[in-house]
Design a binder for this molecule. Structure first.
Ligand code: NOJ
Length: 742
């Protein structure tokens, strides 16, 4: 087909990003004045970030001498205030410190893990939660969070899949942008604004086999079309800082990658914020085999564009000598320092270095708890329901499973500052809702990895006295997150065996999965009458789940990732290529006749034992009502390469309760100069409809959104035919509508 002839070719990144910093001329002048008065030692001190250990002599000395410019992991307001007083009042130039923390999904009030937030498909809710997290964290004096993580993850073995918004660049980009807006608010200098840090730049989620910190090989086309767009979106949203990643990408560690950090991020995207290394990642370029020693690592990181050294201690002892030797220029050092001073200036720390007097009233406010609960309601995904949910009337409930009353574990990874005494577990919430007498509780298993079957018999017997079994299952918090990859992503311990045992009670079973990743749940799906996935839901998880179970609200989540049947299907994602042998017909292992011939299974691209489809697809999630999607209507069947069309789709709530749904617009570029995915999400919108109510969902689809990168790294829009669907999952079962770019 006609490919590049009429192509509109735009070099990558022609559009300038909204800069992270926009200081006034006076503020810039103040920074220049400071720079002119700083010794080399003071400059390099600003580029050193250290982890706090209370108000220790080491910390006080760093603040007073200016051998650190920023501190991470200190959240005690008294310690923060004392260190800041040391920096402002006792250091030679009075430059304030900036305090940083991993506020990943809430500070005290813990929201669902980011993967769960991705399942809301509601950026406004992510923004609201991030604003609340910022208010709580900044009340202590912390002004910088290492969030959001916008790494695309398509391999659920990777423990850090918990920390991002899933497999898709459009969904991840929208959520990352919302988080940046929420953390930073309208004005970074406001005392309750938290500087965002977009991480991990770049490609960290593509670690081989999902083993954390591992090698990534990402072809340029995939890098530009899938992995980088959410970063670009967050940069455009004004994110103040970026963090480079641990991994090497195509042979070059990110911490020494001047293509990513200078050519792309700064020169091409026009972003002007601060880049921090990951913890020790400058030093780690030595074991990567990219640097000889710490001096070499400091040289490569500084020249590549890493402004701040987090805990490698490579910059402090080496940068001055590297400048003397001419291996790093003074101009480079000054630029790095400028970036740090600008961050502090943007945050208002030069004018207002101290947090307002901190007290606990900033934490767990009714608004925060309500928003956290709403986020769980909107992120819990109903995967299966044979009609048992919502529970009808008063019932005797058997509550069981290791996650039924696990206040620590339901908060998930990176919930350093949450307090389990504030967590509402499902058991507590169900007792409150249904009354103590209606709830029989027996955990069956003490924790998710528990292998002991000793409690099964008594539990099955007790379950016999109930009308329904509510089985809370999943992963302990520690089984996902950084450095917590798993090769087997089924339910750990004896949890599946326990479900099989519970069947003997002869009662309907509702299984609720609280985990840090998509797990393989084929048995759970088969044996359960209803299956809910809430990922790790955080502080208000139990309260929200009890409301869902009782039918006070319909579960509003949609999968932000494909749910595999078997680990061997990984990496798994909906926007795959068709191949020359698409699996239109498959023969599964049990259907192969004895001594069948070599070609008898069809010779297409699938697994004999897993087929080709996920257990549940990206974008999927049932509700307590049903929705009908009309055929999408297009404003025109053709658009110019710089044009757009409007897509309208009528959606009706055809069931009997009010509920939310997510209209998802997918396209397929039928023929390209490079093959295109079978489906790509381009837009989505979440809405709520009353029973019987209809509404038109309208999207504007631009030709620009159909661009992709060619092998030369050029962003191109090709003329040709496209298919389009609007539906409430990536399944898109209705016939597509065709349009074209001329
Ligand atoms: C290492 C992690 O990769 C990063 O995400 C985190 O922000 C830093 N440690 C600081 O804790």
């Amino acid at each position: 087909m006609n490919t590049s002839l009429q192509s509109l070719i735009a070099a990558a990144g022609l559009m300038l990003a909204a800069g992270a910093y926009a200081l006034t001329p006076d503020q810039e002048a103040r920074i220049e004045d400071l720079l002119s008065r700083m010794t080399q030692e003071e400059k390099i001190g600003q580029l050193n970030q250290i982890s706090g250990d209370g108000y220790s002599p080491r910390m006080s000395e760093a603040a007073t001498k200016g051998t650190a410019g920023s501190v991470l992991n200190e959240v005690d307001p008294t310690v923060i205030s004392r260190l800041q007083h040391d920096a402002v009042e006792k250091s030679r130039l009075g430059i304030p410190l900036v305090f940083a923390r991993d506020v990943i999904h809430g500070f005290r009030t813990i929201f669902p893990i980011p993967l769960g937030q991705g399942a809301t498909w509601n950026p406004a809710l992510v923004e609201e939660g991030s604003r609340i997290a910022a208010k709580e964290a900044t009340s202590t004096g912390v002004r910088w969070t290492f969030s959001p993580m916008v790494d695309i993850a398509r391999d659920a073995r990777w423990g850090r899949i918990a920390e991002g918004y899933g497999e898709d660049p459009v969904l991840t980009g929208a959520m990352g942008e919302a988080a940046v807006r929420g953390y930073q608010g309208n004005d970074l200098s406001s005392p309750d604004a938290l500087a965002a840090c977009v991480k991990h730049f770049a490609g960290y989620g593509a670690a081989e086999s999902g083993r954390d910190y591992n090698t990534t090989w990402i072809p340029d086309v995939l890098l530009h079309d899938v992995y980088l767009p959410p970063f670009k979106q967050a940069a455009d949203a004004g994110a103040a800082t970026f963090m480079c990643s641990f991994n090497e990408i195509n042979g070059v560690p990110s911490s020494g990658n001047s293509y990513l950090l200078r050519d792309l991020l700064r020169d091409s995207w026009g972003w002007n914020g601060l880049v921090v290394s990951d913890w020790g990642s400058i030093r780690e370029m030595i074991p990567h085999g990219f640097c000889e020693d710490m001096a070499d690592a400091a040289r490569k990181a500084a020249n590549a564009g890493v402004d701040v050294d987090m805990e490698s201690y490579a910059y402090l002892p080496n940068l001055a000598k590297l400048v003397e030797e001419g291996k790093v220029s003074q101009a480079t050092i000054d630029d790095m320092v400028r970036n740090m001073l600008r961050l502090k200036m943007e945050l208002g720390l030069f004018y207002n270095p101290y947090a307002p007097k901190s007290d606990a009233s900033a934490f767990y406010t009714p608004e925060a708890l309500e928003a956290a609960q709403r986020t769980v309601e909107e992120s819990t995904i109903l995967l299966k329901n044979n009609g048992i949910l919502p529970l009808k009337g008063s019932q005797k409930i058997f509550v069981t499973g290791p996650m039924a009353d696990a206040p620590h574990d339901q908060c998930g990874t990176w919930s350093f500052d949450g307090e389990k005494s504030h967590t509402v577990t499902p058991l507590a919430a169900l007792r409150e809702k249904y009354g103590d007498d209606a709830v029989i509780y027996m955990p069956g298993l003490a924790y998710s990895r528990d292998l002991s079957t000793d409690g099964f018999a008594a539990a099955v017997k007790a379950a016999g006295d109930a009308d329904v079994i509510l089985y809370f299952t999943g992963e302990e918090a520690v089984l996902s997150g950084e450095a917590h990859s798993r090769a087997d992503i089924s339910l750990p311990g004896a949890q599946t065996a326990y479900l099989e045992a519970l069947k003997a009670a002869g009662k309907p079973i509702v299984t609720v999965v609280m985990a840090g990743r998509p797990l393989t749940l084929p048995t759970e799906s088969r044996l359960s009458d209803a299956l809910l996935c809430s990922f790790h839901p955080g502080t208000m998880g139990g309260a929200a789940l009890a409301r869902i179970i009782a039918g006070e609200v319909s579960p509003g989540g949609k999968l932000p990732v494909s749910l595999p049947r078997m680990v061997g299907q990984l990496p798994l994602y909906y926007s795959a290529k068709n191949t020359g042998r698409p699996a239109n017909e498959i023969t599964l292992i049990g259907d192969i006749p004895l001594e069948a011939g070599q070609t008898s299974t069809g010779c297409t691209s699938f697994f004999l034992d897993a087929g080709v489809a996920p257990l549940y697809p990206f974008g999927y999630g049932l509700s307590y009502t049903t929705f009908e999607y009309g055929a999408p209507e297009l404003s025109a069947s053709e658009m110019a390469a710089d044009g757009s069309i409007t897509v309208t789709c009528k959606v009706t709530n055809t069931g009997s309760v009010a509920a939310s749904d997510v209209a998802q617009l997918y396209v397929r570029d039928l023929v390209g100069s490079l093959t295109r995915p079978v489906k790509e999400l381009k837009h989505f919108e979440k809405f709520t409809l009353a029973p019987g109510e209809s509404r038109n969902v309208t999207f504007t689809l631009t030709a620009d959104e159909l661009a992709f990168h060619n092998a030369k790294g050029e962003r191109i829009i090709e003329p040709g035919k496209f298919h389009l669907w609007v539906d409430n999952s990536s399944l898109c079962e209705a016939a597509p509508v065709e349009f074209s770019i001329r």
